[in-house]
Design a protein around this ligand. Structure first.
Ligand code: BG6
Length: 471
């Protein structure tokens, strides 16, 4: 048998001591119990009730892996497959059924139990406050477009910090805040399904402001922890080095990445973004004091979600002046030949993108402490890979993770301050309009067998990676 030292010697990609190994998930995608114990409706519960056919196989947010009742079993599994940390989100509409008012005691009990169970299992809770799940009562008064909703969110955040901040040391104000802007107000894949660029800008602006306000409140409470935001960074690569392509690619970067990254980390919106908004007449309503507040309440910690790059070319066809305004006025997405693709999700797999992001953060964002908060591969019909022993043989996922981790490792060698890697996701879960179409987990869920959990090959592989702190 090999000694520990001998095994260590065979490890080519060794990660720094204390590296955070784990995965991430969100409340609406895992908890279930959508109308139990006083939880109020959120936009997903409502939208599903209205239009079930918008959801893959008509499966709605009530049919999840039932983390609400099975969290103990799930946390034990996290520990088993080598998680030293896990990101979950709190459901605003479980805590405050109407978004504001009296806190729901049952919700407090549930999140206390989950947090305590995680700590008892040495799985550090990373807690996010908002993962796409606006309480319906808040959406009814305009959602993020209304400043009152932003104030209600800050109250909700304060309640969470106060109740759980003695044990939770890593907080996040939002997950991928640009996604509700795109889905809800530009491209029709989230409720309220509007296409209205002006509103999209206002919603995005209020989201950033709400994040800064929550950070301010957190700091005032003097809790000993860190607070950050989780952004989906999609590096933009131009088709060529011609100035028109470079310009188009820069605009895509400014709109889709820097619009949230710059104010979150530097406290300022990029000049290029402000120029575009001014030129087009889409500047949001900004109240006195807002910009100072954003400037003085930047994040301590940055979560980076990375799935795919964006390939961009200069606009070839003039946009239809009648069509509603979208950022595509400025560039065309470009389909490069010879790309490696995830055939299931239609997303390009470009592992070096993760390195490019980390080096960008190192060089242009003060090398702020960061971690990979999501990265993963969604696959349809994974049951066909289940072997006789009942294990899903997802070698493609192992390769996906391994190849991304190699680039994370290289970034660390070059001085990146990246502290961990969380896969999307721990266990196959319900996902927005895609429901159970794409499976992402280390653990599979059999919906026909009372959501039975079984660890996939990638889960066993990850356990070893975490144990060895490398591979
Ligand atoms: C991320 C989101 O952008 O993508 C998750 O944070 C989501 O909530 C994941 O589930 C995968 O998306 P999809 O649509 O492929 O399930």
């Amino acid at each position: 048998m090999k000694t520990v030292e001998e095994i260590r010697e065979t490890i080519q990609f060794q990660f720094p001591k204390g590296f955070w190994w784990g995965s991430s998930a969100s409340a609406t995608q895992t908890e279930g119990a959508a109308d139990k114990d006083g939880k109020g409706q959120n936009i997903w519960d409502y939208w599903y009730e209205q239009e079930p056919s918008r959801f893959f196989n008509d499966v709605g947010p009530g049919d999840t892996s039932q983390f609400y009742s099975r969290y103990k079993e799930d946390i034990a599994l996290m520990k088993y497959i080598g998680h030293n940390s896990f990101r979950l989100s709190i459901s605003w509409s479980r805590m405050f059924p109407n978004g504001v008012g009296e806190v729901n005691a049952k919700a407090v009990e549930f999140y206390n139990d989950v947090i305590n169970e995680m700590i008892a299992n040495e799985v550090e809770p990373f807690v996010n406050l908002y993962h796409f799940d606006m309480p319906m009562a808040m959406q009814d008064i305009g959602g993020w477009a209304n400043r009152k909703v932003m104030e209600a969110y800050v109250e909700y955040a304060k309640t969470c910090f106060t109740l759980f901040g003695d044990r939770v040391k890593k907080w996040f104000t939002h997950n991928e805040p640009i996604v509700p802007v795109e889905g809800g107000y530009l491209y029709d894949f989230h409720y309220p399904n509007e296409v209205d660029f002006r509103k999209a800008v206002q919603v995005g602006y209020h989201t950033i402001l709400s994040s800064a306000k929550a950070i301010q409140v957190y700091k005032e409470l003097n809790l000993d922890g860190k607070i950050g935001i989780i952004l989906n960074l999609t590096p933009s690569y131009p088709r060529s080095q011609h100035s028109a392509d470079l310009k188009a690619s820069n605009i895509a970067d400014v709109i889709f990445n820097r619009s949230f990254l710059d104010p979150s980390v530097k406290g300022e919106f990029p000049d290029e973004l402000v120029s575009i908004l001014k030129e087009e007449g889409f500047m949001p309503v900004i109240e006195k004091g807002d910009l100072d507040l954003i400037k003085s309440n930047t994040v301590d910690l940055l979560g980076i979600n990375y799935y795919q790059p964006r390939r961009v070319k200069a606009k070839e066809n003039l946009p239809n002046p009648e069509a509603p305004f979208t950022p595509e006025r400025y560039f065309d997405n470009y389909v490069m030949t010879g790309r490696k693709m995830n055939p299931h999700r239609g997303w390009e797999i470009y592992e070096k993108g993760i390195y490019d992001i980390l080096i960008n953060v190192k060089e242009n964002y003060g090398n702020i402490e960061c971690f990979i908060s999501e990265n993963g591969m969604g696959v349809e019909g994974e049951e066909r890979f289940r072997d006789k022993e009942g294990v899903i043989q997802d070698s493609y996922r192992i390769e996906f993770i391994r190849e991304h981790l190699k680039w994370v490792h290289k970034a660390i060698q070059e001085g990146s301050n990246v502290k961990g890697y969380h896969l999307w996701t721990f266990m196959d879960n319900w996902s927005w309009t895609n429901a159970y179409k794409n499976r992402y987990g280390f653990v599979s869920v059999n919906l026909d067998k009372d959501a039975e959990r079984t660890v996939k090959k990638s889960g066993y592989w990850f356990k070893k990676v975490s144990q060895d702190n490398g591979f």
